[in-house]
Each structure stands twice: as structure tokens, then as C-alpha cells.
Design a protein around this ligand. Structure first.
Ligand SMILES: Cc1cc2nc3c(=O)[nH]c(=O)nc-3n(C[C@H](O)[C@H](O)[C@H](O)COP(=O)(O)OP(=O)(O)OC[C@H]3O[C@@H](n4cnc5c(N)ncnc54)[C@H](O)[C@@H]3O)c2cc1C
Ligand code: SF4
Ligand code: SF4
Length: 556
């Protein structure tokens, strides 16, 4: 019988026993274990009845000595495909922190390691160092360390926060900015608007307060601008001939263009943008008072200088057909965002005076005529609703009422945005749902509302708003803004092109590679994932660039 390869995932007691059984039955065995050693998790001392040696030590010795078993430790199976008799596994192995060829088992590192942490194997009653000697049976020394600090892991683009913040502490601002730009070409913009999920996880918060990761990024980026330093441009010498079209010049499309340039495709990348300028929602969503357009323009200029051609005022699907783009380019990225406001699903929604929140912000940003008089109602509890409400106050409305059907605690908007809106004079009405637009002479004059109370949590984990019967009331308004979410306008492609379109009219992608189901076409940002935050859109653009590179090189 031909020798068969057997993959065993998990090197605990059961995995070790299975490995020995299979090798004794004549198979070649690959034993993949997440820990640096096999034998399972170390048993805490309070449950040990021996001197610390593993219970399964004899089996571990047998595994170690058996040439038919290849132990792949510090590793995880990332994917498994195929069928019985013909599986293919993708295994990711972390770089060992100790060179096992050189380690002679003297144990000195345990004593001299300067990092002291609670000993989790002894109920945290004592200290141990960061060197972990997992298991005396299969013993491998390991420096206990996460793959990256928690802040970096939380940042969608995995910025090397520790390094860039450390450089700032040393006064090395140029080095700090260069560290950020290895991944992110938008430090000025992101440094102003990122909701900084990283800071909520920062370990320093346990001691006093989190490191101000976001504004430190803004600080180094602003330092370059205010000192009139020309940002350094560095492009690889090796270049590739393939042409790439990027549809959509928002954070995702432009981050993709930047990384493609760094990979060697500069002067072969064209960004097509429907609006008169690039920036996407940075330009026409986020208002000027949070992200000045002149600041955004500097980030865009930096990207353009990397050999990225930008064609503005060109809507694909209208000015140029999608088919022509496919004909002329070797790979395509769809980074079209989510620019269509969602319906409130209330009666008379199409009356004059009812306006989509995102359209209103876009018109305000582009200098188009917008409603600005009397009182208005903003429906929604997210950041877009806050931007609509705060913009309304700025352009001249006397009174801005915001309706949200849950309480302040459940609002998806960033708390600092809610505080700012309240501080500026927006009137919040919680536990109120819109029911029907009140119309007079074809024009909206108010909203009939219903009071709510909170019931059981729904699938999002937030408590479901339940209507209170007979609690209807009317709130007067000259203009009503709907700011309850956005979906993608995917009309640049047609059914015949065969794209899988998701629930929010987004282009469905492989979440690891951002490939669509159509060969050679990738999609990233809000138009692929649904409306999210900008840094996630940038992260998607970066991954898409890496995938496009692999696709184009793999073709050769
Ligand atoms: C009002 C508002 C406030 C926000 N505030 C924040 C915030 O404070 N912090 C944060 O992190 N995120 C915020 N976001 C979210 C963030 O702006 C988005 O997640 C991000 O811009 C998405 O980037 P993107 O490149 O995927 O899409 P977009 O930024 O939407 O860019 C897509 C681009 O594609 C262009 N396009 C579309 N179709 C075509 C076509 N057929 N041909 C050519 N061009 C086309 C569009 O004109 C647009 O410029 C906010 C969003 C909104 C709406
Ligand atoms: S981009 Fe946002 S999440 Fe990432 S480090 Fe900066 S503030 Fe944190
Ligand atoms: S202290 Fe905060 S910012 Fe610094 S590495 Fe730790 S988690 Fe990251």
C-alpha cells in the first residue's frame, strides 16, 4: 500500500496519541501545533501532582524520536481544501524567537530575561520571566510574546504603532512618518478622523490612560506640513509593464494605487474618479471642520507623486464603459464606496424637503445649493447623522432635532461626536422612531413619530426598540434628513458581467484577498465590505494591491 500522508491538527494528548497510532500504521504524519511545544497546554501548578514533568512525557519522547512524524510547532492551519484522499492545507508558521539549533538547554535565559510577568501557571502568585519552557517532554524554549502588540493588532492596517510613537519620543519625526507611510499614505487625514480602535485596547490604559496614538500620527504629519518639508518619494527600480485601472479615488482606491506603485507598477496605474476631485468620503462625506480639504489634498498629492495617474470627472459606466476598462487594463480594482442613502421606509419619504444625509453632505462639500433655513430633523444615530446635524447648524438652520430610536448608550456614533453635537446645540430625542412624513402642498412640514421603549437584545446585541402604543406625536420641520446608512451604487456593471452582489449592493469578495468572483477584478473598501471606517478601507486597498501583484506575477 502506498504511504499516505496524514495531517493532525493539534499536538495535545489526543493529537500525540493519534500521531503515534498513524505512524505505527505506516503513514507519514505531520503534526501541527499552535504552541511552541507539543503535549498540550502546561498544567497549572495547583493541579500538578508531580514535580512539574508532563504526564504525557513518555509519548512526547516517542514522537520526538520518530522520523515518520514531522512536528510543525508555532503554527496554524490557515485553510484546508480538497476531498478525502487529496487534501491541501495552508500552514502558517511563526518565526521562532529562539534559534533551536543554537540552544543548548542551559536555562540561563529564564534567569536573565528582564521581562517579569505574573506566573499564569501558578495562579499569578509569583513572577515569571517572558521565557517559557513549555514542557519538559518535548521541551522547546520560547519567548512569550504576541505576534504584535495589541494596539497594532487592533489597527485594521496593523500600523507599527510602537515604533512610530517611540520615534516621536526620541524626536525623530521624519522616521516616525516614514514608518507610518510604509503602510498608510493618508497620515494627515487619518490622523484627524480615525475613531482609533487601537486606543481602546492600549495596555497603558490599565495604568493611567491610553497613548494618544491617533493624534500623535497627526502631529508628525502636521509637523512635515508646517515646516514645509517635501515628503520623500521612493520608488523601486524594478518595474512591471501591466496596466491597472482603479475605479474610485477614495481612501481604498488611492491606498491600493500607492501600494501598487511601491510594488513597481508606477506609471501604469490609472485612478478613475467620478467627482471633480479625489478623496471619496474624505472629501464629500466628512465635513471641512473635521478634515480640511487643503489637508486632504496634501495626502492625495503625495500619492499622485508616486507615478499614479488620476483622472477626475470620469464616471465608469457612463463616461467610459466597464467593458472598455476591462479591454484596456490587465487588472481592475472596484473601490466605489457606498454613496447611496438607505430608505427610512416611512410613508411620504419621497416628498419635497426629505433629503438623503449623504447627498446633503456631498452637496455642501461641493458648494452646491442646499437647504439651510428654519428647523430640520435628522433621523439616525451614527457618525453620518452627527455630521449632518452639525453641518446643519453651521449652514444656518435655527433648530436641529435628532431622532434616534434607542438610547444614547446604544448610539453607534463615536461618543465624542455626540458630545460635540450636543455642545453645539443639536437637540437629541432618544427612544423616538419616525413613522410618517407629514406633507402639506406636496412639501414635508414635519414628521409623525412614535415613542419607543427597549425590549430584548436583537442579533446585534443591542436592546430592540419596541413601540409604545398610542404614543404618536408630530414634530415640525422644514427639512428632514435621513441618515440611517449607505449602500453601494453598483450600476457601473451589468448583470451580464456576472458579479456576485451582496445585501448592501456591495461587490462580494474573498475577505483575505479581496478578489471578486470575476477573474482579474478585485474590490475593496466600503463598496466591498459595506460602509465602515476609513482605515479599514485603506487596509483593504493595501491587501488588494498585494493580491493584484500576485495575480499579475502568477500569470507570467
Ligand atoms: C459622512 C461620513 C462621515 C464619516 N466619518 C468618518 C470618520 O470620522 N472616520 C472614519 O474613519 N470614517 C468615516 N467615514 C467612513 C469613511 O469615510 C469611509 O469608510 C471611506 O471613505 C471608504 O473609502 P472607500 O475608498 O471605500 O470609498 P469612498 O470614500 O466612498 O470613495 C469611493 C470613490 O469612488 C468614486 N466612484 C464611485 N463610483 C464610481 C464610478 N462608477 N466611476 C468612478 N468613480 C466612482 C466615488 O465618487 C468616490 O470618490 C465617514 C463616512 C461618511 C459618509
Ligand atoms: S490608523 Fe486608527 S486604528 Fe490604526 S493606529 Fe492610527 S488611530 Fe489607531
Ligand atoms: S503601550 Fe499602548 S501604544 Fe504602546 S505598545 Fe502598548 S498597547 Fe501599543
Amino acid at each position: 500500500m502506498a504511504e499516505k500522508n496524514v495531517l493532525i491538527i493539534g499536538g495535545g494528548a489526543a493529537g500525540v496519541k493519534a500521531a503515534l497510532d498513524r505512524v505505527n500504521a505506516g503513514n507519514k504524519v505531520f503534526l501541527v501545533e499552535d504552541f511552541p511545544s507539543i503535549g498540550g497546554e502546561r498544567i497549572p501548578q495547583d493541579r500538578l501532582i508531580t514535580d512539574g514533568a508532563s504526564f504525557t512525557a513518555p509519548d512526547l519522547g516517542a514522537v520526538k524520536e520518530n522520523n515518520g512524524i514531522q512536528v510543525i510547532d508555532s503554527a496554524e492551519v490557515r485553510s484546508l481544501a480538497g476531498e478525502n484522499g487529496n487534501f491541501k492545507a495552508k500552514v502558517h508558521r511563526r518565526t521562532p524567537r529562539i534559534d533551536r539549533e543554537k540552544c543548548n538547554d542551559c536555562g540561563e535565559c529564564i534567569k536573565v530575561c528582564p521581562i517579569h510577568m505574573y506566573d499564569d501557571y501558578n495562579e499569578s502568585l509569583e513572577w515569571r520571566t517572558a521565557v517559557d519552557y513549555f514542557n519538559s517532554g518535548s521541551g522547546n524554549y520560547n519567548v512569550f510574546k504576541e505576534d504584535m502588540p495589541v494596539c497594532q493588532r487592533t489597527c485594521p492596517i496593523n500600523l507599527d504603532i510602537r515604533t512610530y510613537v517611540g520615534y516621536i519620543a526620541d524626536g525623530k519625526y521624519a522616521e516616525s512618518l516614514a514608518t507610518i507611510r510604509k503602510k498608510l499614505p493618508f497620515p494627515l487625514s487619518i490622523g484627524r478622523v480615525c475613531p482609533h480602535p487601537c486606543e481602546f485596547e492600549c495596555n497603558r490604559g490599565y495604568k493611567d490612560e491610553p497613548i494618544s496614538i491617533c493624534f500623535l500620527k497627526r502631529y508628525v504629519a502636521d509637523y512635515e506640513v508646517y515646516n514645509e518639508v517635501e515628503p520623500p518619494i521612493s520608488l523601486p527600480e524594478e518595474t512591471y509593464p501591466e496596466k491597472i485601472a482603479i475605479i474610485g479615488g477614495g481612501p481604498s482606491g488611492l491606498t491600493c494605487a500607492y501600494h501598487l506603485a511601491l510594488l513597481g507598477y508606477h506609471n501604469n496605474i490609472t485612478v478613475f474618479e467620478a467627482l471633480p476631485a479625489c478623496g471619496g468620503m474624505f472629501l464629500v462625506g466628512i465635513p471641512e471642520y473635521r478634515l480640511p480639504k487643503a489637508i486632504l489634498a496634501k495626502d492625495v498629492e503625495f500619492i499622485e507623486k508616486h507615478g499614479v495617474e488620476i483622472k477626475t470627472g470620469v464616471r465608469i459606466g457612463k463616461d467610459i464603459s466597464y467593458d472598455d476598462i476591462r479591454k484596456d487594463y490587465d487588472a481592475v480594482l472596484l473601490a466605489v464606496g457606498a454613496h447611496l442613502g438607505m430608505s427610512m421606509r416611512v410613508k411620504n419619504e419621497d416628498a419635497e424637503g426629505v433629503v438623503e444625509g449623504v447627498k446633503y453632505l456631498r452637496d455642501a462639500a461641493l458648494g452646491n445649493e442646499i437647504p439651510n433655513k428654519g428647523s430640520c430633523i435628522v433621523v439616525g444615530g451614527g457618525n453620518v447623522a452627527m455630521d449632518v446635524a452639525r453641518t446643519s447648524l453651521r449652514v444656518g438652520f435655527d433648530e436641529v432635532n435628532l431622532l434616534y430610536r434607542r438610547t444614547r448608550k446604544e448610539m453607534p456614533a463615536s461618543p465624542w461626536e455626540v458630545d460635540a453635537a450636543e455642545h453645539e446645540g443639536v437637540k437629541f430625542h432618544f427612544l423616538v422612531a419616525p413613522q410618517e412624513v407629514v406633507v402639506k402642498g406636496g412639501k414635508a412640514v414635519g414628521m409623525q413619530c412614535l415613542k419607543m421603549e427597549l425590549g430584548e437584545p436583537d442579533e446585534s446585541g443591542r436592546r430592540r426598540p419596541v413601540p409604545i402604543e398610542g404614543s404618536e406625536f408630530v414634530m415640525d420641520a422644514d427639512t428632514i434628513f435621513a441618515a440611517i446608512g449607505q449602500v453601494t451604487d453598483a450600476s457601473l456593471v451589468e448583470e451580464k458581467h456576472g458579479f456576485k452582489i451582496g445585501r448592501k449592493f456591495n461587490f462580494e469578495v474573498n475577505p483575505e484577498t479581496f478578489e471578486t468572483n470575476v477573474e482579474g477584478v478585485f474590490a475593496s473598501g466600503d463598496g466591498a465590505t459595506g460602509a465602515g471606517i476609513a482605515i479599514a478601507a485603506c487596509a483593504g486597498g493595501k491587501t488588494a494591491a498585494e493580491s493584484i501583484h500576485k495575480y499579475l506575477r502568477g500569470k507570467k
